[in-house]
Design a protein around this ligand. Structure first.
Ligand code: AMP
Ligand code: MG
Length: 409
């Protein structure tokens, strides 16, 4: 292939240059917000906790009344979670209180039930409590006006919980980008069709939409396209109705690769074609006059997944207003990985944490058709273009694969 190859980072830079701003925001009910990206900073309109409440089951008291423990205090009612005491605390009194219940007016500390003994109509406090002890103050977690979550944050279980604790019913999030996925190839058959000689199961039509969903996109269209110029052009036109079009296969220089001519016909402008990457060399990226981002990914199942992760996923994250950068760190190789200079190898690796840090080991055979090399892969280890490989014990750059973003890189 006589095409000039560009490096991964330069290619990714070109992709991100074309996402100048996130998609417009929409209001999303909190119950549907998991995985969405906040379009605005969120400031608290109410304090958390909303009021002073007890951290313990015990008795609300005045700390001064317990200074000379053991102290006997009159019991004067109860403050239960959800049902506050119906009167303030007086001198020499104790009000029974449960965890989370409102601290009654006049009380300034809570004695743990373990430090008391109740007698008829009174309670004996065996240890003095300090002012404020066992009281959770209103606003201790979140103050009114405080910025709780920043724009660009992906809503996970913790974020959704915090938003719920603030009483937000809806949150502004960037619209999910609409992604269309086309798989080209006369050889392709679906997973439910009988196998015949020369047929190839269309695995990209499942793995690539799954990657798009995992990146936060909405999959608008998944289609299989014959290696025919007119059919390719028509399918691409349908696919261009969304924000992002991903075409798998047919982007190379073969006689039956019709994707690039069809895209050129439709006015799509090429930003790059050919990346110094293995797997993924023939990757194409461009933009249509209507502003849709188009990724032409190689058809080999591993190449399609790896190039989606390296180039299309960052675009989707940027369209959502999230940080498109993948988590990167270094790991110690546990095996020799020789290669020829020329292209960066993105080796699928499993990771293991040992005393001296993260260790990486390839998932096995790395052919671009060996889709099982993606199984158990935690990261891509990069062996730079110019290098002739790496040896066991070398530290190599790794990029964590989506789904493993909690490894703390
Ligand atoms: P291509 O990029 O079209 O030259 O395809 C390269 C290789 O990937 C060929 O062996 C194809 O059969 C295979 N391939 C192409 N598309 C798919 C697909 N959607 N699912 C699985 N394999 C594919
Ligand atoms: Mg093909």
């Amino acid at each position: 292939m006589a095409i000039k190859l560009i490096e991964i980072e330069a290619a990714r830079g070109l992709v991100l240059d074309h996402v100048t701003k996130p998609l417009e925001a929409e209001r999303v009910p909190l119950g549907d917000a998991l995985g969405r990206v906040l379009a605005e900073d969120l400031n608290a309109t109410e304090p958390v906790p909303a009021s002073d409440n007890s951290a313990m089951d015990g008795y609300a008291v005045r700390a001064a009344d317990t200074a000379e423990a053991p102290a006997t205090l009159r019991t004067a009612g109860e403050s239960r979670a959800g049902t506050p005491a119906d009167r303030p605390l007086g001198d020499g009194e104790a009000i029974a209180i449960s965890t989370g219940a409102l601290v009654p007016e006049g009380a300034d500390a809570v004695v743990r039930v373990e430090d008391t003994e109740s007698a008829y109509g009174s309670v004996v406090v065996s240890a003095a409590v300090e002012l404020g002890q066992n009281i959770r103050r209103a606003g201790e977690d979140i103050r009114v006006g405080e910025r709780v979550l920043a724009a660009g944050t992906t809503v996970g279980p913790a974020e959704i919980g915090v938003l719920g604790s603030l009483g937000s019913g809806e949150v502004p999030c960037a619209r999910r980008p609409l992604v269309s996925v086309l798989s080209t190839g006369d050889e392709l058959i679906g997973f439910d069709e009988p196998l015949h000689l020369g047929a190839v199961r269309n695995s990209n039509s499942l793995s690539v939409p799954a990657l798009a969903l995992a990146a936060g996109a909405e999959v608008a269209l998944v289609e299989r396209v014959r290696d025919d110029p007119a059919a390719t052009r028509e399918a691409i036109e349908r696919g261009l109705e969304g924000d992002v079009l991903v075409v798998c296969g047919g982007v190379s220089v073969g006689e039956h690769d019709h994707v690039r001519p069809a895209l050129a016909d439709l006015g799509a402008e090429q930003a790059f074609w050919g990346v110094a990457l293995r797997p993924g060399k023939p990757t194409w990226f461009g933009v249509t006059p209507g502003g849709a981002l188009v990724f032409g990914l190689p058809g080999n199942p591993v190449s399609a997944m790896v190039t989606f992760i390296l180039f299309a996923r960052p675009a989707i994250r940027a369209l959502l207003g999230a940080d498109p950068a993948a988590a990167r760190t270094r790991a110690i190789l546990d095996e020799d990985l020789p290669k020829k200079p020329g292209r960066t190898h993105a080796v699928r690796c499993s990771l293991e944490l040992r005393e001296d840090g993260w260790h990486a080991r390839s998932t096995g055979a790395q052919g671009s058709h060996v889709l099982t090399s993606m199984l158990g892969a935690d990261a891509l280890a990069f062996l730079p273009s110019e290098s002739d490989g790496a040896s066991a014990g070398d530290r190599v750059e790794i990029e964590l694969l989506p789904g493993h973003l909690a490894l703390g890189a």
